[in-house]
Design a protein around this ligand. Structure first.
Ligand SMILES: Nc1ncnc2c1ncn2[C@@H]1O[C@H](COP(=O)(O)OP(=O)(O)OP(=O)(O)O)[C@@H](O)[C@H]1O
Ligand SMILES: [Mg+2]
Length: 342
C-alpha cells in the first residue's frame, strides 16, 4: 500500500535575476537554479535528493520551507499550495515543515546559549509552548537528540561538530513538525560521526512519525536512509525511483556516472566495478544547454538530445519488461549495472 502524499511539488521553478549596473540594476538574464521540478513526499518516508554542487538542491530546500518564494509552480502541503499562502496561514504551515542546515558551525548563533537556540522557534510560535514550560521542553529535546540536558546554558563553541548538528536537529524538532528538510546534514561532519547523525535521524523518524527530504551530493550517503531517491542535474530531476531502482537498475547516464564514483569498500568488488568519467564541467545554470541539459557531458548524445527535452517518464521499453519501471529523463535510457551488488 502506498501512503498518501503529504507534500506535492509540481513544476517548481526558481530563477534568480542576473542584473547589471549598481544603480539601475538592469536585468540581463536569470540563474535558472530550479527549472521544473516535480515530486511527492509520502507520509513517513524519506526522499533523498542528490546531485553535484550547484544543481539546485538547496534552492529546492529553501522553497519547501518557505525561506524563498518560487518563481512558478506549486508546493502543496496536504493539498494546499503553500507558494500562494501568506501571513498567518503561511506561518501555520511553516511550523510543520522545518529545516536542518548543512553547516552546524555557521547555522548556530555563537552568542546564544544552546537553550535559547533550541527554544527560539517558540518565540515565533508561542502557542506551542507557554513561557514557563520552555526550559523543560528544551531539556527534553536535548535528551531526545542524545545530549546532556544540563548543557542548556552552554554556547555552541563548547560542542563538537556532531554535537552541534544534534543541537540543530533539536531545534528543528522543537515545533513538532511533520516534515524535516535536511540539507546536507552530515556533509560538514567527519566520516566517523556521519553515521551517528544519520542513525539519530532514523530513530527520530520513527519516534516522531516524521517524513524527510534528505539532501546530499553523494549517492552513498542517502542510500540507506532513503526509501526513494531523486537525482538532480542543473535544476531538473533526471531520474527517480526506489532505492533498489536507482542503485540496482539505473537508466540515466548521469545517475550511472554518479554511481560509478561511489566508493566501494570491498576490494574485490572494487576491481570489478565500472568507472565512468564525465567530460567537462557542469554548464552554467544561467545558460543551460538546449534539449537535454546533460548532453554536453554525455557519451550517448545524439542530435535529438539538443533538440528535444527528454521528459521524466518511464521509458517505453519498460512496458511489459521484467524489472522495476521508474522514470528517467533520457532519450536513450537503458539499464547499466555499474555498482557491484551488496
Ligand atoms: N540567492 C541567489 N542568487 C543568485 N544565484 C543563486 C542564489 N542562490 C543560489 N544561486 C545559484 O543557483 C544555483 C543552485 O544553487 P544551490 O545552492 O541551490 O545548489 P546546490 O545543489 O545546493 O549546491 P551545493 O551542493 O553547492 O550546496 C547555483 O548556480 C547558485 O550559484
Ligand atoms: Mg546546497
Amino acid at each position: 500500500m502506498t501512503a498518501e502524499a503529504i507534500l506535492e511539488v509540481r513544476d517548481l521553478v526558481k530563477h534568480y535575476p542576473l542584473t547589471q549596473g549598481i544603480v539601475l540594476k538592469k536585468q540581463v538574464g536569470a540563474v535558472k537554479a530550479v527549472d521544473g521540478v516535480s515530486f511527492d513526499l509520502r507520509k513517513g518516508e524519506t526522499l533523498g535528493i542528490v546531485g553535484e554542487s550547484g544543481c539546485g538542491k538547496s534552492t529546492v530546500a529553501r522553497t519547501l520551507v518557505g525561506l524563498e518564494r518560487p518563481t512558478a509552480g506549486a508546493i502543496r502541503y496536504h493539498g494546499e499550495d503553500i507558494a500562494r499562502l501568506s501571513g498567518r496561514a503561511l506561518k501555520a504551515v511553516r511550523r510543520n515543515i522545518q529545516m536542518v542546515f548543512q553547516d552546524p558551525y555557521t547555522s548556530l548563533n555563537p552568542r546564544m546559549t544552546v537553550g535559547d537556540i533550541i527554544g527560539e522557534p517558540y518565540d515565533i510560535h508561542p502557542e506551542v509552548a507557554p513561557k514557563g514550560d520552555r526550559r523543560r521542553r528544551v531539556q527534553e529535546l536535548l535528551d531526545v537528540v542524545g545530549l546532556n540536558p544540563e548543557y542548556v546554558n552552554r554556547y555552541p563553541h563548547q560542542f563538537s561538530g556532531g554535537q552541534r548538528q544534534r543541537i540543530g536537529i533539536a531545534r528543528g524538532l522543537a515545533l513538532r513538525p511533520e516534515i524535516i528538510v535536511a540539507d546536507e546534514p552530515v556533509s560538514a561532519l567527519d566520516v566517523s560521526v556521519q553515521a551517528q547523525v544519520v542513525n539519530l535521524l532514523e530513530r527520530l523518524q520513527d519516534e516522531f512519525d516524521l517524513s524527510y527530504v534528505f539532501i546530499a551530493h553523494d549517492l552513498s550517503v542517502v542510500r540507506h536512509i532513503s526509501d526513494r531517491v531523486a537525482v538532480m542535474y542543473l535544476g531538473r530531476i533526471v531520474e527517480t525511483g526506489t532505492e533498489d531502482e536507482i542503485y540496482g537498475h539505473p537508466t540515466h547516464p548521469y545517475t550511472q556516472a554518479l554511481l560509478s564514483a561511489v566508493p566501494v569498500p570491498d576490494p574485490d568488488a572494487r576491481e570489478h566495478r565500472e568507472r565512468i568519467l564525465l567530460a567537462g564541467d557542469v554548464p552554467s545554470p544561467a545558460d543551460p544547454p538546449s534539449g537535454c541539459r546533460f548532453r554536453t557531458r554525455c557519451w550517448k548524445a545524439q542530435p535529438v538530445c539538443a533538440e528535444v527535452v527528454p521528459p521524466l517518464a518511464v521509458p517505453e521499453w519498460f512496458a511489459g519488461a521484467a524489472g522495476p519501471a521508474h522514470p528517467s529523463a533520457c532519450h536513450f535510457a537503458e539499464e547499466r549495472h555499474v555498482v557491484p551488488s551488496e
